[in-house]
Design a protein around this ligand. Structure first.
Ligand SMILES: [Zn+2]
Length: 211
């Protein structure tokens, strides 16, 4: 498992405490391991950008990220396949370096809700659909899966503190349209919760499968 940052919707200690396999390898942003250790996990690695570790056959490389709190994103590579998990990052120039370090990303998981914090001058803290499509243009993943578009802070928090770039269906539609224009070779897959994604090997000799 990889954890991009310490916000409750990504690092949910109630869920972590209930998770049965406490030996599962866990990579987390540097500085937040304490909570996972307290929840009982025994194999926790703190990571910053461009540090790497192995989870069995999977190489986990932390990549840059920028959010309201310290953030890292991750590149997961195994058997010739590569998956990029963008966490809650904004689009920042440092993300271009991922392409230099990984020739072909098979699947990119990208947040698209353009979350804004009202009391902080309506500051954007997560990529919106156009930013994520632009990241597809930069990284040219074979498949892109939008994430984080159904997040809600609840009625009161949403009214007082948070702003979204659109409803979930608007966001996914906008991402599909923007990606078709900016990165036409990328296939966008919108998945229902729990729905697996099976992809074909791309002819580079490596088996490529992600879910
Ligand atoms: Zn967050």
């Amino acid at each position: 498992m990889v954890v991009s940052h310490g916000h409750y919707d990504h690092y949910d200690m109630q869920a972590f405490r209930a998770y049965p396999d406490k030996q599962v390898p866990l990579a987390v942003k540097r500085g937040i391991a304490k909570m996972a250790l307290k929840a009982g996990f025994t194999n926790v690695t703190e990571m910053d950008a461009w540090e790497a570790t192995s989870f069995g056959p999977i190489t986990v490389t932390a990549a840059p990220g920028k959010h309201g709190v310290p953030e890292t994103t991750y590149l997961l590579q195994a058997g010739g396949a590569a998956v990029y998990f963008g966490g809650d990052t904004l689009l920042i120039p440092e993300l271009s370096e991922i392409g230099a370090r990984c020739q072909q990303i098979d699947v990119a998981l990208l947040a698209i809700n353009g979350l804004r914090i009202r009391p902080a001058g309506n500051r954007k803290v997560v990529m919106d659909a156009k930013d994520a499509a632009e990241l597809c243009r930069i990284l040219q993943p074979r498949y892109a899966v939008p994430i984080h578009y159904s997040f809600t802070g609840g009625r009161i928090v949403d009214t007082l503190f948070l702003g979204y770039a659109g409803s979930p269906s608007q966001l996914t539609q906008e991402f599909q349209q923007a990606t078709a224009l900016r990165s036409p070779k990328t296939s966008v897959r919108v998945l229902a919760p729990g729905e697996p994604l099976a992809i074909q090997a791309d002819g580079r000799g490596g088996a490529a499968a992600g879910n």
